[in-house]
Design a protein around this ligand. Sequence first.
Ligand SMILES: Cc1cc2nc3c(=O)[nH]c(=O)nc-3n(C[C@H](O)[C@H](O)[C@H](O)COP(=O)(O)O)c2cc1C
Ligand SMILES: [Mn+2]
Length: 485
Amino acid sequence: MKKPYKNLREFIDALDRAGELIRITKQVDPELEITEITDRVSKMRDGGKALFFEKVRGSKIPVLINAFGSYRRMAMAMGEATIDDAAKKISELLAIKGVPKDFRGRTRLLGKLFNLSKIPPRLVASGPCQEIVLKDDFRLSDLPILKCWPHDGGRFITLPLVFTKDPETGERNVGVYRLHVYDDRTTGMHWQTQKDGAIHSEKVRRHGQKLEVAVVIGADPATVFSGVVPLPYGLDELFFSGFLRNAPVELVKCKTIDLEVPAESEIVLEGTVDPNDLRPEGPFGDHTGVYTPVELFPAFHIQCITMRKNPVYLTTIVGKPPMEDYYMGKAIEKTFLPILKKQIPELVDMNFPMEGTFNNAVILSIDKNYPHQAKKVAHAVWGLGQLSFTKVVILVDKSVDVHDLSAVALAVFNNIDPRRDLFFVEGPVDTLNHASPERDFGSKVGIDATSKWKAEGYTRVWPEEIKMDQATREKVDEIWKELGI
Ligand SMILES: Cc1cc2nc3c(=O)[nH]c(=O)nc-3n(C[C@H](O)[C@H](O)[C@H](O)COP(=O)(O)O)c2cc1C
Ligand SMILES: [Mn+2]
């Protein structure tokens, strides 16, 4: 078993050794210039390399970006050779017998399994993330925070791990929610309405209180990844990270708030969110390819910054895909397929096409055993965590390769009778969905492109798919060379 990366710098060294990192010594501007360089790299074949900018105008701190921006680097971050290996590791965990059938039972069991494997986070007395403690004399403007796109509302911390606790149960959550810098001690807190951090915030709002928040910028790569993973509410992301790492995440107590953060973090911001102190957030060039408009989100008031002596500032950019987050999303698609199959047993394969930016479209192939099953699967999707935001759910037979968009289009365009096979629902949608008539609420469509059965009211004979017979194919293989083609 491989030794887990203790921190971000061990990951940087590993990327370097693997030829996956480029060190850039020329000075660059965190305003727009890093985006333009990184965007070009992200559009290269296989996501290019990770970039380590040693000299960034206006800051002494170097910038790491695109660290997760390829299948290979994403697999390395998860401690595996390939993303499929990580998916296999999760399948094996789920294969442990005694898995209850209902979803709540499964969620609890997942927690228990993670527990059993001795990977809960562990508190330690001290850690390098507190080598420097700045209580009064700090300025966010000393950090190399990017302004990503020309019409962004300012600088944004784009890959922060936001640590909060449920005020009622004390359960921890870690989520990546961007921070719009308002001044040297204040940022926005862009936790979208249905995200776990926002739920914590809503709970303290009802009690007229503030929420303590710790923000980690840069940690070991499994922990950073765990912040974007859509785990069920109440499941501590650090268990998932510990599971990937085969080792617990070591935590230290924050200096000014009752939260713990990874001891090996690069930079930590400690403070509070007042759910009633709402401020305009954005605009921000987002992964939907457009600027998300200005909307109200709570402000994050920072009271203390701790860091290593020589910290690295970890960041990313989002924009028209593919960007770094595309590879994170694909890693989630692959590793969550086995979990989803437990809940939707007829599910065969799943593809979040790049242009659907993960929340807006999914293609599912299913093993259809009874009439109208495609509709049942779509409704299951609309009932599950962040999957429930999916605006377009396309269902195809298991014979269709969901990753072959041409094959999917052939099935959809030719198999559907629009009036019969398109069905609509309404419900919560992704906060980033700019097309819905109001924020967080809109409609969704299911497209049943599976073959139709008599039992589904199709009275004609469903046509057979064209396939050459095996004998002829073998014969042609044999004579192919002689044909002069
Ligand atoms: C680069 C990047 C930026 C993100 N920014 C945000 C954001 O600003 N707000 C948000 O709610 N989710 C954002 N997300 C998605 C969340 O991190 C993701 O939904 C995660 O599962 C949230 O954790 P939670 O389920 O514990 O709330 C971002 C994801 C990535 C990869
Ligand atoms: Mn969560």
